[in-house]
Design a protein around this ligand. Sequence first.
Ligand code: GLC
Length: 739
Amino acid sequence: MIAWKFAILVSCAVLVVVSPLRAQDALVDRRIDSLLHMMKLEEKCGQLNQIPASWSPERKSHLTDEDAALVRKGLVGSLLNASGSSSVREIQRIAVEESRLHIPLIIGVDIIHGYRTIFPVPLAEASSWDPALVEQSARVAAIEASSAGIHWTFAPMVDIARDPRWGRIVEGSGEDPYLGSLMAAARVRGFQGKRLSDSSSILACAKHFAAYGGAEAGRDYNTVDVSERTMREVYLRPFAAAVEAGAGSLMSSFNEISGIPSSASRWLMTDVLRKEWGFKGFVVSDWTAIEELIRHGVAADRGEAGKLAIDAGVDLDMVSRIYMKELPELVRSGKVKEEVVDESVRRVLRMKFKLGLFDDPYRGINEEREKRSILAEDHLRKALISARKSIVLLKNDKNLLPLSKKIKTVALIGPLADDAEDMLGGWHASGKAENVVTILQGIKNALPSSAKILYTHGCGIEDSVGNFSDALDKVRQAEVAIVALGENERMSGEAASRATCDLPGVQSELLQKIVATGVPTVLILTNGRPLTITWPAAHVPAILETWFLGVQAGSAIADVLFGDENPSGKLPVTFPRSVGQIPLYYNNKNTGRPYAEKDHYTSKYLDMPNTPLFPFGYGLSYTSFAYSDLKVSSPTISSKDSLKVTVRVANTGSRKGEEVVQLYLRDDVASVTRPVKELKRFARITLEPGASQSVSFVLYPDDLSMYNLELKKVIEPGTFTVFVGTNSEDVMETKFEVK
Ligand code: GLC
């Protein structure tokens, strides 16, 4: 066919495809306009009001009589924390059958890493460096949550965190904006599925917008004071990726940023989010964040707080009830334009249409579907895979691991060894301890019944005094001591910052006494943040970082302990030696006086090295890998060219293994200072023992770009250094030049 005829055919085809979507949007907008036309001002403001459902054992999720009355008056647009198909059906019935305009509610819940089949916490899943796996777990969460009547999740949490004192580091994907962006997009795709109107899709909500992880001193809710450059290069990137992936909502954060609380920041909520990024969804505030503008000291009262937030671009008021109570008067008095309210109502209604709530407010929920979906075999299978890939092998001297299944006597000691509840991690939605495979259970399942497993907890997680005699007796009878230590799930997550990052209580003391027996010891860490495990790192021969792995924790840990799974996780966060080093992250600036051993007047501590205990990207395997032949496709390129980088990786060990090959880049000289390295690509490969393969990456112009003095995104000529390796420190390097 002649090319021009083909071109016309294609463009007509594209036109046909595109126009139905546009036509559908136009139809929805017309339906929204007609609804808006019918709505009283109170009903408009009510659409922007989100209240929590009530809960009781006998009535499960329900509305109090008072809240049901508000729903009937059209004064509530959204509910949070309602779940259960029958409960949600009754709540939604009140909204659509007993209100004047029959507008359905949108129901949101924190489905962060599973609804009932609880997956590893997000920081653990980030350790898999496997976006496809993360997307899959978000998909399972959406299937289960939607079957329970949930329309919207307050996830993914995409806050970059460089401070392990901050408890919410557990909810995100660590310190790197590139890895964090890929994980953010993967979760949005997993939650939202192919079409939002599919009954198994739920609306995603990227949070907490923005820079919440930059809290000074790692103290939750604390002041954030970062430059716009750092905002754009670090904290905003995962949000941009979530928006790019189609996230239908964002949540404004509690914190201020350099003097302006996020929920009052027009720069964030309108200039960046809508004008620069073209975001078409809606923004919900965090819990009472609008009313907290008063405590921030930028609003004298609720009315002023409400005006700041709605004018900034915060569409939905979570729990303050300011939009329901004060906003109508703000409009009547002329302090807030009604068209501002109308625009927010449009955004919320548009998402309700996209979710199909106006076509079927119940989205096909029924108890049968819910029962079939919850803890389905396939879901549990996927949770096990995710848990296995989230485990990071930090140390394995003399290949103590994997242990043989022929072991006759093993001691299992520690407060986390038979702990079910904590394996769920924070924000575990409707997850139940009864569904968790504990470490003890996992080991029992893995070993023959003839094996003797001598278990005792040895101490509590937070005990201040320890009596270790029973534990030490058991250890002395064993061939190997497996010691399960760490944090409980309440020591990370919201309002859970710690001023130290040590093992809590007397756990370190217990560990030291166990190691002193001379029995070979394996440390299993269950925790929600990097821990300053300096002593274990120096004295314990084998260490597994397992975070909080969810319902399949014990099975996944046993699979790694006994070699059914070769660990392949890599740290998404730096492990400092001491909290005194914090903030400590890999993509730091060089400074004018970088540390030099022979030069006193350089950046260092007198009492500790600058280096981390374990660097970003670090993780061992039961096999070993060798890197060679690092090449670039050309020593010089123009700023419009792409560049191919290849490296050869060989499995030099004796068993099959997976390796996450990492590529970092440094802009050697630029008009502003640049990080000493930045993660730009990674690839997970599998190699049989003795095999090798060439791994290729392509860098595009955008990968070389930076924000210049005027904060414009540019590519500046000059040399770049490419680093490729097994973690952010153990790398090969080469250079190329941009002409
Ligand atoms: C909390 C959290 C936020 C959560 C919301 C609803 O305060 O900051 O992450 O989604 O309230 O539970």
